[in-house]
Design a binder for this molecule. Structure first.
Ligand code: PLP
Length: 390
């Protein structure tokens, strides 16, 4: 395993483990930790679990009894899509994460505008056409473009029609203030590893009074809502990372400056370069852009060799590059989408690293230009981490 250095620009895929999360987990490691046991070890595990729950709840302004730990945000999304308002039709924004889209392939997709924001007028039309309560899934911030969705407005429309709303807030936590009550949603999913906690633990936050049919059955854990011995170490790491959310939020204005600097440098090198979702309110840490003629897979490999870890906006597997469904929903043509790169910054990203990344990318663009339109063909055989799956 290689520890991330200053060239790590893939924080939306996963954030490096925060030192306080690592320290808390190491301190708890080795203690017998079944929170259901009645003896003192069990009681101590239970106390640690509940403290972690309190910290996670506090990060989104919810009551601790409203937080159910899950094995991932993927599980939390699947659970909400299955169990919230069962029997009602499902509407999902067209730019949801795969863990929402695949959870209910029958769901109708609500279009987004060219900046990737949910089309509220289209939502209203779909609600009217449904003629009854629906479940809407709408993320708070997009993992690829960083576009921030009008979740509270959408929730008001859906609730007025008697429906319910699930919000995937995985990418928003630590990057935007997340106020569960102000969003007005029924359920909200979170993931520890996106905020510097460990992978393999997430949470579903339920509005007061709401109980869902369990998705995972076979035990009374998590107030009978999610069976299975709790991932105590994971929860402890999640709690420690969640407690650092205010510090992460403090870093965002600085990151916005670095992100803007990268985008400006690229646009100065290539005025044809496109910054996706530029017209939308966006996460401060995320830049998704394309320099036409520079295939993302080529740039990604060259940047990797130069010490920079970034993501592409397209999924590449088995030698076949498939365009991002997020960019497709925004009307981006496949040829441009194939050039989309995602840079995601974190609280530890330095100005020097951001400048060096911009310089490396600009050098790529210049080299490509000097090769002319007939330059080397994009290599599509790299097993690139797909931005739209992370
Ligand atoms: N939702 C969004 C928006 C994501 O970016 C991710 C990350 O992959 C997930 C859900 C899934 O999170 P997890 O890795 O905890 O399953």
């Amino acid at each position: 395993m290689t520890l991330p250095g200053p060239g790590y620009f893939d924080w939306n895929a996963t954030a490096p483990l925060r030192p306080e999360a690592a320290a808390a987990m190491i301190a708890a490691m080795g203690a017998p930790g079944n929170a259901s046991s009645v003896h003192r070890f069990g009681r101590s595990a239970k106390a640690a679990l509940e403290a972690a729950r309190q910290a996670v709840a506090g990060a989104v302004g919810a009551g601790a009894d409203r937080v159910v730990f899950t094995g991932s945000a993927t599980e939390a999304n699947n659970w909400a899509l299955a169990a919230l308002l069962p029997g009602a039709p499902r509407l999902v924004s067209a730019v949801e994460h795969d863990s929402v889209l695949a959870a209910r392939p029958d769901a109708q997709r609500v279009p987004v505008d060219r900046d990737g924001r949910l089309d509220l007028a289209a939502l209203q039309r779909l609600l009217a056409a449904a003629g009854g309560p629906v479940l809407l899934a709408c993320m708070l911030a997009n993992n690829e473009t960083g576009a921030i969705q009008p979740v509270a407005e959408a929730a008001a429309l859906v609730h007025a029609a008697g429906g319910a709303v699930h919000c995937d807030a995985v990418q928003a936590l630590g990057k935007l203030p997340v106020d569960f009550a102000a969003l007005g949603v029924d359920t909200l999913s979170l993931s520890a590893h996106k905020i510097g906690g460990p992978a393999g633990i997430g949470a579903l936050v339920l509005r007061p009074g709401l109980a869902l049919d369990p998705f995972i059955r076979g035990g009374g854990q998590e107030r009978r809502q999610r069976a299975g011995t709790e991932n105590l170490l994971g929860a402890i790491g999640f709690g420690a990372a969640a407690a650092a959310v205010p510090a992460m939020l403090d870093a965002q204005p600085r990151l916005a400056g670095l992100r803007d600097g990268i985008e400006a440098a690229v646009r100065a090198e290539d005025p044809q370069a496109v910054v996706f979702a530029a017209g939308a309110p966006r996460l401060a840490n995320t830049a998704c852009l394309a320099a036409p003629g520079l295939p993302a897979q080529t740039a990604l490999m060259a940047l990797d060799l130069a010490g920079f870890a970034v993501s592409s906006g397209s999924a590449c597997s088995s030698g076949k590059v498939t365009p991002s469904h997020v960019l497709a929903a925004m009307g981006v043509p496949p040829a441009l989408s194939a050039c989309a790169l995602r840079f995601s910054l974190g609280p530890e990203t330095s100005a020097e690293a951001a400048e060096a990344l911009a310089a490396a990318l600009c050098a790529q663009i210049a080299r490509r230009r000097s090769h002319g339109a007939q330059g080397p063909r994009p290599q599509a055989s790299i097993a690139a981490a797909p931005a739209n799956g992370l």
